[in-house]
Design a protein around this ligand. Structure first.
Ligand code: SF4
Length: 486
Protein backbone atom coordinates (compact mmCIF):
# COMPACT_ATOMS: atom_id res chain seq x y z
CA UNK A 1 0.00 0.00 0.00
CA UNK A 2 0.97 3.62 -0.43
CA UNK A 3 3.14 5.44 2.10
CA UNK A 4 1.29 8.36 3.66
CA UNK A 5 3.05 11.20 5.46
CA UNK A 6 1.54 13.07 8.39
CA UNK A 7 1.84 16.13 6.14
CA UNK A 8 -0.53 14.45 3.66
CA UNK A 9 -3.11 14.09 6.41
CA UNK A 10 -2.72 17.61 7.87
CA UNK A 11 -2.75 20.10 5.01
CA UNK A 12 -3.22 23.84 5.24
CA UNK A 13 -5.99 25.01 2.92
CA UNK A 14 -9.35 26.70 2.51
CA UNK A 15 -12.85 25.60 3.57
CA UNK A 16 -15.43 24.32 3.36
CA UNK A 17 -14.60 20.81 2.09
CA UNK A 18 -11.41 18.84 1.58
CA UNK A 19 -12.93 16.50 -0.99
CA UNK A 20 -15.17 19.06 -2.71
CA UNK A 21 -13.07 22.23 -2.40
CA UNK A 22 -9.43 21.31 -1.76
CA UNK A 23 -9.41 18.19 -3.97
CA UNK A 24 -10.93 19.89 -7.05
CA UNK A 25 -8.61 22.86 -6.45
CA UNK A 26 -5.58 20.56 -6.56
CA UNK A 27 -7.02 18.66 -9.52
CA UNK A 28 -7.41 21.89 -11.52
CA UNK A 29 -3.81 22.83 -10.66
CA UNK A 30 -2.62 19.41 -11.80
CA UNK A 31 -4.53 19.79 -15.05
CA UNK A 32 -3.00 23.19 -15.76
CA UNK A 33 0.37 21.59 -15.10
CA UNK A 34 -0.35 18.85 -17.67
CA UNK A 35 -1.34 21.44 -20.29
CA UNK A 36 1.72 23.53 -19.51
CA UNK A 37 4.07 20.53 -19.70
CA UNK A 38 2.73 19.77 -23.16
CA UNK A 39 3.61 23.33 -24.13
CA UNK A 40 0.01 24.20 -24.88
CA UNK A 41 -0.95 26.65 -22.15
CA UNK A 42 -0.62 29.68 -24.41
CA UNK A 43 -2.91 27.99 -26.99
CA UNK A 44 -5.82 27.49 -24.58
CA UNK A 45 -9.00 29.35 -25.53
CA UNK A 46 -11.46 27.67 -23.16
CA UNK A 47 -11.45 25.22 -20.23
CA UNK A 48 -14.56 23.19 -19.41
CA UNK A 49 -14.91 21.49 -16.02
CA UNK A 50 -17.37 18.62 -15.57
CA UNK A 51 -18.38 17.41 -12.12
CA UNK A 52 -19.77 13.94 -11.49
CA UNK A 53 -21.37 12.04 -8.60
CA UNK A 54 -21.20 13.70 -5.20
CA UNK A 55 -19.18 16.61 -6.61
CA UNK A 56 -22.13 17.39 -8.90
CA UNK A 57 -24.76 16.94 -6.21
CA UNK A 58 -23.19 18.97 -3.41
CA UNK A 59 -20.55 20.91 -5.32
CA UNK A 60 -22.53 24.17 -5.23
CA UNK A 61 -22.83 24.14 -1.44
CA UNK A 62 -19.28 22.88 -0.95
CA UNK A 63 -17.70 25.54 -3.14
CA UNK A 64 -16.34 23.20 -5.84
CA UNK A 65 -17.03 25.78 -8.54
CA UNK A 66 -15.26 28.49 -6.53
CA UNK A 67 -12.24 26.25 -5.95
CA UNK A 68 -11.95 25.48 -9.66
CA UNK A 69 -12.17 29.15 -10.64
CA UNK A 70 -9.53 30.13 -8.10
CA UNK A 71 -7.22 27.33 -9.21
CA UNK A 72 -7.59 28.27 -12.89
CA UNK A 73 -6.72 31.84 -11.87
CA UNK A 74 -3.44 30.63 -10.37
CA UNK A 75 -4.40 30.79 -6.68
CA UNK A 76 -3.06 28.23 -4.22
CA UNK A 77 -5.13 27.12 -1.20
CA UNK A 78 -2.19 27.54 1.18
CA UNK A 79 -1.43 31.14 0.26
CA UNK A 80 -4.54 32.66 -1.29
CA UNK A 81 -6.08 35.68 0.39
CA UNK A 82 -9.31 34.22 1.80
CA UNK A 83 -10.71 37.68 2.53
CA UNK A 84 -10.97 38.54 -1.19
CA UNK A 85 -12.43 35.28 -2.52
CA UNK A 86 -16.01 36.64 -2.89
CA UNK A 87 -14.79 39.70 -4.72
CA UNK A 88 -12.61 37.76 -7.16
CA UNK A 89 -15.30 35.21 -7.98
CA UNK A 90 -17.82 37.98 -8.61
CA UNK A 91 -15.32 39.69 -10.93
CA UNK A 92 -14.78 36.50 -12.98
CA UNK A 93 -18.52 35.96 -13.37
CA UNK A 94 -19.19 39.56 -14.29
CA UNK A 95 -16.42 39.80 -16.87
CA UNK A 96 -17.04 36.28 -18.26
CA UNK A 97 -13.27 35.96 -18.39
CA UNK A 98 -10.65 34.19 -16.35
CA UNK A 99 -6.91 34.90 -16.28
CA UNK A 100 -4.80 31.74 -16.46
CA UNK A 101 -1.56 31.86 -14.43
CA UNK A 102 1.69 33.14 -15.82
CA UNK A 103 4.83 33.58 -13.75
CA UNK A 104 7.20 30.64 -14.19
CA UNK A 105 4.82 29.32 -16.83
CA UNK A 106 5.19 32.34 -19.07
CA UNK A 107 2.86 35.23 -19.74
CA UNK A 108 -0.56 35.09 -18.06
CA UNK A 109 -3.50 35.24 -20.43
CA UNK A 110 -7.16 36.01 -20.15
CA UNK A 111 -9.62 33.59 -21.79
CA UNK A 112 -13.40 33.46 -22.15
CA UNK A 113 -15.10 31.87 -19.18
CA UNK A 114 -18.86 31.52 -18.99
CA UNK A 115 -19.77 30.11 -15.59
CA UNK A 116 -22.99 28.37 -16.71
CA UNK A 117 -21.38 26.72 -19.72
CA UNK A 118 -17.86 26.07 -18.47
CA UNK A 119 -18.58 24.41 -15.09
CA UNK A 120 -21.07 21.60 -15.61
CA UNK A 121 -22.74 19.86 -12.67
CA UNK A 122 -23.82 16.44 -14.04
CA UNK A 123 -26.39 15.88 -11.31
CA UNK A 124 -28.40 13.25 -13.20
CA UNK A 125 -25.51 11.39 -14.83
CA UNK A 126 -24.13 8.26 -13.14
CA UNK A 127 -20.93 8.80 -11.13
CA UNK A 128 -17.68 7.86 -12.84
CA UNK A 129 -16.69 4.25 -12.10
CA UNK A 130 -13.57 4.68 -9.95
CA UNK A 131 -14.91 6.99 -7.22
CA UNK A 132 -18.00 9.04 -6.32
CA UNK A 133 -16.06 12.31 -6.70
CA UNK A 134 -15.09 12.53 -10.36
CA UNK A 135 -13.94 15.70 -12.15
CA UNK A 136 -12.97 16.07 -15.80
CA UNK A 137 -11.23 19.04 -17.38
CA UNK A 138 -11.11 19.71 -21.11
CA UNK A 139 -8.91 22.43 -22.52
CA UNK A 140 -9.90 23.66 -25.99
CA UNK A 141 -6.94 24.94 -28.00
CA UNK A 142 -6.63 27.21 -30.99
CA UNK A 143 -7.10 25.05 -34.09
CA UNK A 144 -9.75 22.85 -32.46
CA UNK A 145 -7.44 20.44 -30.62
CA UNK A 146 -8.42 19.42 -27.07
CA UNK A 147 -6.63 18.06 -23.98
CA UNK A 148 -8.77 16.21 -21.46
CA UNK A 149 -7.92 14.59 -18.11
CA UNK A 150 -10.03 12.99 -15.39
CA UNK A 151 -9.28 13.14 -11.67
CA UNK A 152 -10.85 11.77 -8.52
CA UNK A 153 -11.02 13.61 -5.23
CA UNK A 154 -10.75 10.64 -2.88
CA UNK A 155 -11.16 12.40 0.48
CA UNK A 156 -9.07 14.62 2.72
CA UNK A 157 -7.86 16.67 -0.27
CA UNK A 158 -6.13 13.65 -1.84
CA UNK A 159 -6.44 13.55 -5.63
CA UNK A 160 -5.84 10.66 -8.00
CA UNK A 161 -5.50 11.05 -11.75
CA UNK A 162 -7.21 8.39 -13.83
CA UNK A 163 -4.74 5.55 -14.39
CA UNK A 164 -2.24 6.91 -11.88
CA UNK A 165 -0.10 4.52 -9.84
CA UNK A 166 1.97 5.12 -6.70
CA UNK A 167 5.26 6.59 -7.80
CA UNK A 168 7.89 8.89 -6.35
CA UNK A 169 7.01 9.95 -2.81
CA UNK A 170 4.28 7.33 -2.43
CA UNK A 171 6.53 4.44 -3.50
CA UNK A 172 9.22 5.02 -0.83
CA UNK A 173 10.30 2.31 1.61
CA UNK A 174 9.66 3.34 5.20
CA UNK A 175 11.61 1.92 8.16
CA UNK A 176 8.34 1.09 9.94
CA UNK A 177 5.81 0.49 7.18
CA UNK A 178 2.31 0.13 8.62
CA UNK A 179 -0.89 -0.85 6.85
CA UNK A 180 -2.80 -1.91 9.96
CA UNK A 181 -3.08 -1.16 13.65
CA UNK A 182 -1.46 -4.54 14.27
CA UNK A 183 1.57 -3.45 12.22
CA UNK A 184 1.93 -0.32 14.37
CA UNK A 185 1.75 -2.23 17.64
CA UNK A 186 4.14 -4.93 16.37
CA UNK A 187 6.73 -2.29 15.39
CA UNK A 188 6.37 -0.61 18.80
CA UNK A 189 6.84 -3.92 20.63
CA UNK A 190 9.83 -4.96 18.52
CA UNK A 191 11.64 -1.61 18.65
CA UNK A 192 10.64 -0.48 22.14
CA UNK A 193 9.57 2.84 20.61
CA UNK A 194 6.34 4.77 21.05
CA UNK A 195 3.95 5.39 18.17
CA UNK A 196 5.14 8.99 17.56
CA UNK A 197 8.74 7.77 17.61
CA UNK A 198 8.19 5.25 14.83
CA UNK A 199 6.14 7.76 12.83
CA UNK A 200 8.92 10.32 13.27
CA UNK A 201 11.44 7.80 11.90
CA UNK A 202 9.19 7.26 8.90
CA UNK A 203 8.82 11.00 8.30
CA UNK A 204 12.61 11.33 8.17
CA UNK A 205 12.49 9.53 4.82
CA UNK A 206 10.88 12.66 3.39
CA UNK A 207 12.19 15.51 5.58
CA UNK A 208 14.92 16.52 8.01
CA UNK A 209 14.19 16.42 11.75
CA UNK A 210 14.14 20.21 11.86
CA UNK A 211 11.69 20.44 8.97
CA UNK A 212 9.35 17.88 10.53
CA UNK A 213 9.23 19.77 13.83
CA UNK A 214 8.91 23.16 12.16
CA UNK A 215 6.25 21.92 9.75
CA UNK A 216 4.12 20.36 12.49
CA UNK A 217 4.37 23.43 14.71
CA UNK A 218 3.36 25.62 11.75
CA UNK A 219 0.30 23.45 11.24
CA UNK A 220 -0.55 23.67 14.94
CA UNK A 221 -0.18 27.46 14.83
CA UNK A 222 -2.50 27.57 11.78
CA UNK A 223 -5.06 25.52 13.69
CA UNK A 224 -4.78 27.80 16.73
CA UNK A 225 -5.11 30.94 14.57
CA UNK A 226 -8.21 29.42 12.98
CA UNK A 227 -9.75 28.85 16.42
CA UNK A 228 -8.85 32.41 17.40
CA UNK A 229 -10.41 33.90 14.25
CA UNK A 230 -13.54 31.80 14.73
CA UNK A 231 -13.80 33.07 18.32
CA UNK A 232 -13.39 36.66 17.13
CA UNK A 233 -15.30 36.94 13.84
CA UNK A 234 -15.69 40.44 12.38
CA UNK A 235 -19.43 40.14 13.07
CA UNK A 236 -21.76 37.50 14.48
CA UNK A 237 -23.59 37.60 11.16
CA UNK A 238 -24.92 34.54 9.38
CA UNK A 239 -22.64 32.12 7.61
CA UNK A 240 -22.67 32.32 3.80
CA UNK A 241 -24.86 30.08 1.67
CA UNK A 242 -28.34 31.39 2.50
CA UNK A 243 -29.22 28.84 5.19
CA UNK A 244 -29.16 31.57 7.85
CA UNK A 245 -26.95 29.65 10.26
CA UNK A 246 -25.74 32.02 12.97
CA UNK A 247 -22.10 32.01 14.06
CA UNK A 248 -21.74 31.01 17.72
CA UNK A 249 -17.97 30.86 18.25
CA UNK A 250 -17.72 34.59 18.97
CA UNK A 251 -20.78 34.65 21.23
CA UNK A 252 -19.58 31.70 23.32
CA UNK A 253 -16.07 33.09 23.55
CA UNK A 254 -17.36 36.42 24.87
CA UNK A 255 -19.43 34.68 27.54
CA UNK A 256 -16.54 32.44 28.57
CA UNK A 257 -14.10 35.33 28.88
CA UNK A 258 -16.46 37.52 30.90
CA UNK A 259 -15.82 38.29 34.53
CA UNK A 260 -12.20 39.36 34.33
CA UNK A 261 -10.77 42.85 34.73
CA UNK A 262 -12.47 46.22 34.88
CA UNK A 263 -13.98 46.01 31.41
CA UNK A 264 -15.80 42.82 32.33
CA UNK A 265 -13.74 40.92 29.78
CA UNK A 266 -10.13 40.10 30.41
CA UNK A 267 -7.94 42.20 28.14
CA UNK A 268 -6.02 40.62 25.28
CA UNK A 269 -5.32 41.66 21.73
CA UNK A 270 -3.85 38.65 20.01
CA UNK A 271 -3.80 34.86 19.92
CA UNK A 272 -1.15 34.47 22.62
CA UNK A 273 -2.96 36.85 24.98
CA UNK A 274 -6.21 34.99 24.42
CA UNK A 275 -4.52 31.63 25.04
CA UNK A 276 -3.34 33.00 28.36
CA UNK A 277 -6.90 33.95 29.27
CA UNK A 278 -8.24 30.52 28.30
CA UNK A 279 -5.52 28.73 30.27
CA UNK A 280 -6.48 30.70 33.38
CA UNK A 281 -10.18 29.91 33.07
CA UNK A 282 -11.87 28.05 35.87
CA UNK A 283 -11.38 24.29 35.61
CA UNK A 284 -14.98 23.31 36.27
CA UNK A 285 -16.20 20.46 34.09
CA UNK A 286 -18.97 22.49 32.47
CA UNK A 287 -16.61 25.38 31.71
CA UNK A 288 -14.07 23.12 30.03
CA UNK A 289 -16.84 21.38 28.11
CA UNK A 290 -18.01 24.75 26.80
CA UNK A 291 -14.48 25.73 25.83
CA UNK A 292 -13.93 22.51 23.86
CA UNK A 293 -17.23 23.04 22.05
CA UNK A 294 -16.31 26.66 21.34
CA UNK A 295 -12.94 25.63 19.86
CA UNK A 296 -14.65 23.17 17.50
CA UNK A 297 -17.47 25.54 16.54
CA UNK A 298 -14.96 28.30 15.84
CA UNK A 299 -12.97 26.18 13.39
CA UNK A 300 -15.96 24.89 11.51
CA UNK A 301 -17.59 28.28 11.27
CA UNK A 302 -14.37 29.54 9.73
CA UNK A 303 -14.43 26.51 7.45
CA UNK A 304 -18.02 27.22 6.37
CA UNK A 305 -17.04 30.84 5.66
CA UNK A 306 -14.24 29.80 3.23
CA UNK A 307 -11.60 30.58 5.86
CA UNK A 308 -8.13 29.07 6.23
CA UNK A 309 -8.25 25.68 7.94
CA UNK A 310 -6.20 22.50 8.19
CA UNK A 311 -7.58 19.21 6.86
CA UNK A 312 -7.75 16.89 9.85
CA UNK A 313 -8.23 14.55 8.05
CA UNK A 314 -10.92 16.49 6.13
CA UNK A 315 -12.29 20.02 6.16
CA UNK A 316 -15.81 19.06 7.25
CA UNK A 317 -14.21 17.47 10.31
CA UNK A 318 -11.49 20.11 10.64
CA UNK A 319 -12.59 21.19 14.14
CA UNK A 320 -12.29 17.94 16.08
CA UNK A 321 -8.50 17.62 16.30
CA UNK A 322 -7.74 21.33 16.87
CA UNK A 323 -10.39 21.38 19.63
CA UNK A 324 -8.84 18.38 21.39
CA UNK A 325 -5.32 19.71 20.87
CA UNK A 326 -6.38 23.07 22.30
CA UNK A 327 -7.96 21.24 25.23
CA UNK A 328 -4.61 19.53 25.78
CA UNK A 329 -2.70 22.81 25.35
CA UNK A 330 -4.85 24.86 27.73
CA UNK A 331 -6.15 22.38 30.30
CA UNK A 332 -3.56 19.57 30.57
CA UNK A 333 0.15 19.46 31.40
CA UNK A 334 1.23 20.38 27.88
CA UNK A 335 4.41 20.99 25.92
CA UNK A 336 5.51 21.65 22.36
CA UNK A 337 6.85 18.09 22.18
CA UNK A 338 3.39 16.92 23.23
CA UNK A 339 1.84 18.85 20.32
CA UNK A 340 4.27 17.16 17.92
CA UNK A 341 3.63 13.72 19.39
CA UNK A 342 -0.12 14.31 19.25
CA UNK A 343 0.04 15.09 15.53
CA UNK A 344 2.38 12.23 14.66
CA UNK A 345 0.13 9.78 16.50
CA UNK A 346 -3.17 11.05 15.17
CA UNK A 347 -1.73 11.37 11.65
CA UNK A 348 -0.77 7.69 11.69
CA UNK A 349 -4.25 6.69 12.85
CA UNK A 350 -5.76 8.74 10.00
CA UNK A 351 -3.47 6.92 7.55
CA UNK A 352 -4.65 3.54 8.85
CA UNK A 353 -8.27 4.52 8.19
CA UNK A 354 -7.40 5.81 4.73
CA UNK A 355 -5.58 2.56 3.88
CA UNK A 356 -8.08 0.15 5.45
CA UNK A 357 -11.35 1.98 4.84
CA UNK A 358 -11.89 5.55 3.62
CA UNK A 359 -11.75 9.16 4.75
CA UNK A 360 -14.22 10.23 2.08
CA UNK A 361 -17.82 10.94 3.09
CA UNK A 362 -18.84 10.30 -0.52
CA UNK A 363 -17.65 6.71 0.03
CA UNK A 364 -18.46 6.15 3.70
CA UNK A 365 -20.74 8.84 5.12
CA UNK A 366 -19.84 10.97 8.11
CA UNK A 367 -18.27 8.07 10.02
CA UNK A 368 -15.40 8.58 7.53
CA UNK A 369 -15.04 12.24 8.48
CA UNK A 370 -16.10 12.98 12.06
CA UNK A 371 -15.63 9.35 13.07
CA UNK A 372 -12.07 9.20 11.76
CA UNK A 373 -11.14 12.62 13.16
CA UNK A 374 -12.49 11.61 16.57
CA UNK A 375 -10.49 8.37 16.48
CA UNK A 376 -7.36 10.33 15.49
CA UNK A 377 -7.90 12.85 18.28
CA UNK A 378 -8.56 10.13 20.85
CA UNK A 379 -5.32 8.36 19.94
CA UNK A 380 -3.31 11.59 19.96
CA UNK A 381 -4.64 12.68 23.32
CA UNK A 382 -4.06 9.26 24.87
CA UNK A 383 -0.45 9.37 23.68
CA UNK A 384 0.30 12.77 25.20
CA UNK A 385 -1.46 11.91 28.46
CA UNK A 386 0.94 9.02 28.94
CA UNK A 387 -0.86 6.11 27.33
CA UNK A 388 0.88 3.01 26.01
CA UNK A 389 0.71 2.13 22.28
CA UNK A 390 -2.01 -0.41 23.15
CA UNK A 391 -4.03 2.26 24.95
CA UNK A 392 -3.61 4.67 22.02
CA UNK A 393 -5.02 2.05 19.63
CA UNK A 394 -7.78 1.26 22.10
CA UNK A 395 -8.81 4.94 22.39
CA UNK A 396 -8.96 5.27 18.61
CA UNK A 397 -11.06 2.11 18.42
CA UNK A 398 -13.49 3.31 21.11
CA UNK A 399 -13.97 6.68 19.43
CA UNK A 400 -14.72 5.13 16.03
CA UNK A 401 -16.90 2.38 17.50
CA UNK A 402 -19.37 5.05 18.57
CA UNK A 403 -19.49 6.77 15.21
CA UNK A 404 -20.12 3.62 13.14
CA UNK A 405 -22.93 4.05 10.63
CA UNK A 406 -23.06 7.84 10.88
CA UNK A 407 -24.44 9.25 7.65
CA UNK A 408 -23.58 12.39 5.72
CA UNK A 409 -26.71 14.46 5.05
CA UNK A 410 -25.73 18.14 4.88
CA UNK A 411 -28.72 20.44 4.53
CA UNK A 412 -28.72 22.29 1.20
CA UNK A 413 -25.34 20.68 0.47
CA UNK A 414 -23.65 23.21 2.75
CA UNK A 415 -21.00 22.16 5.27
CA UNK A 416 -23.00 23.70 8.13
CA UNK A 417 -25.83 21.52 9.47
CA UNK A 418 -25.15 19.00 10.93
CA UNK A 419 -21.44 19.45 10.28
CA UNK A 420 -20.50 22.32 12.59
CA UNK A 421 -22.04 20.96 15.79
CA UNK A 422 -20.97 17.45 14.86
CA UNK A 423 -17.36 18.53 15.33
CA UNK A 424 -18.08 19.38 18.96
CA UNK A 425 -19.48 15.88 19.47
CA UNK A 426 -16.47 14.27 17.82
CA UNK A 427 -14.14 16.23 20.11
CA UNK A 428 -15.98 15.35 23.30
CA UNK A 429 -16.19 11.67 22.33
CA UNK A 430 -12.44 11.70 21.65
CA UNK A 431 -11.69 13.03 25.13
CA UNK A 432 -14.01 10.46 26.68
CA UNK A 433 -12.48 7.63 24.64
CA UNK A 434 -8.96 8.68 25.69
CA UNK A 435 -9.92 8.72 29.35
CA UNK A 436 -11.57 5.31 29.17
CA UNK A 437 -8.54 3.84 27.40
CA UNK A 438 -6.13 5.36 29.91
CA UNK A 439 -7.97 3.50 32.68
CA UNK A 440 -8.18 0.22 30.75
CA UNK A 441 -6.03 -2.79 30.00
CA UNK A 442 -5.82 -2.98 26.19
CA UNK A 443 -4.95 -6.68 26.37
CA UNK A 444 -8.49 -7.26 27.59
CA UNK A 445 -10.17 -5.23 24.84
CA UNK A 446 -12.59 -7.35 22.82
CA UNK A 447 -12.52 -5.11 19.73
CA UNK A 448 -9.25 -4.15 18.07
CA UNK A 449 -8.53 -1.02 16.05
CA UNK A 450 -8.32 -3.18 12.93
CA UNK A 451 -11.71 -4.76 13.72
CA UNK A 452 -13.34 -1.36 13.83
CA UNK A 453 -11.58 -0.14 10.66
CA UNK A 454 -12.83 -3.24 8.81
CA UNK A 455 -16.31 -2.77 10.25
CA UNK A 456 -16.37 0.88 9.24
CA UNK A 457 -15.47 -0.03 5.67
CA UNK A 458 -18.10 -2.77 5.46
CA UNK A 459 -20.68 -0.37 6.91
CA UNK A 460 -19.64 2.20 4.30
CA UNK A 461 -20.22 -0.31 1.51
CA UNK A 462 -23.66 -1.22 2.89
CA UNK A 463 -24.71 2.41 3.38
CA UNK A 464 -27.29 3.66 0.90
CA UNK A 465 -25.91 6.14 -1.61
CA UNK A 466 -28.25 8.92 -0.51
CA UNK A 467 -26.41 9.10 2.82
CA UNK A 468 -23.01 9.66 1.24
CA UNK A 469 -22.60 13.40 0.74
CA UNK A 470 -25.38 13.77 -1.81
CA UNK A 471 -27.82 15.91 0.22
CA UNK A 472 -30.52 13.46 -0.95
CA UNK A 473 -31.28 11.82 2.41
CA UNK A 474 -31.63 12.37 6.16
CA UNK A 475 -31.71 15.93 7.46
CA UNK A 476 -31.11 17.23 3.95
CA UNK A 477 -34.61 16.12 2.91
CA UNK A 478 -36.46 16.28 6.22
CA UNK A 479 -35.68 19.89 7.08
CA UNK A 480 -37.61 22.16 4.81
CA UNK A 481 -35.51 24.91 3.31
CA UNK A 482 -37.09 27.12 0.68
CA UNK A 483 -35.20 27.50 -2.56
CA UNK A 484 -34.92 31.25 -1.98
CA UNK A 485 -33.21 30.59 1.34
CA UNK A 486 -30.27 28.93 -0.38
S1 SF4 B 1 -22.32 15.55 7.48
FE1 SF4 B 1 -20.24 14.96 8.13
S2 SF4 B 1 -19.30 14.05 6.34
FE2 SF4 B 1 -21.10 15.17 5.63
S3 SF4 B 1 -20.31 17.18 4.98
FE3 SF4 B 1 -20.98 17.34 7.15
S4 SF4 B 1 -19.12 16.89 8.38
FE4 SF4 B 1 -18.71 16.20 6.28
Amino acid sequence: MEAISVFDIFKIGVGPSSSHTMGPWRAAQKFLNVVQQRGKLSSVVRIVTELFGSLAKTGHGHGTDIAVMLALSGDDPVTCDTATIDHRIAAIKEANRIRLPGGAWGKSQSIDFHYDQDILFHIHAPPLPFHANGIRFTAHLTGGETISETYYSVGGGFVVQEGEHATGERAVKLPFHCNTGDDVLRHCRASGKTIPQIVFENERVWRSEADIRKGLLTIWRTMAECIYRGCHPPTDAMLPGGLNVARRGGVMNRKLTQGFGSSGIREYDDLDGWLDVVRHSTREFQQILKWVSTFALAVNEENAAFGRVVTAPTNGAAGVIPAVMMYYWCFCRSSEQGIIDFMLTSGEIGSLFKKGATISAAMGGCQAEIGVSSAMAAGGLTQVLGGTPGQVAMAAEIAMEHHLGMTCDPIAGLVQIPCIERNTMGAIKAITAANIALESDPDRARVSLDDVIKTMWETAQDMMGKYKETAEGGLAVNVSVSVSEC
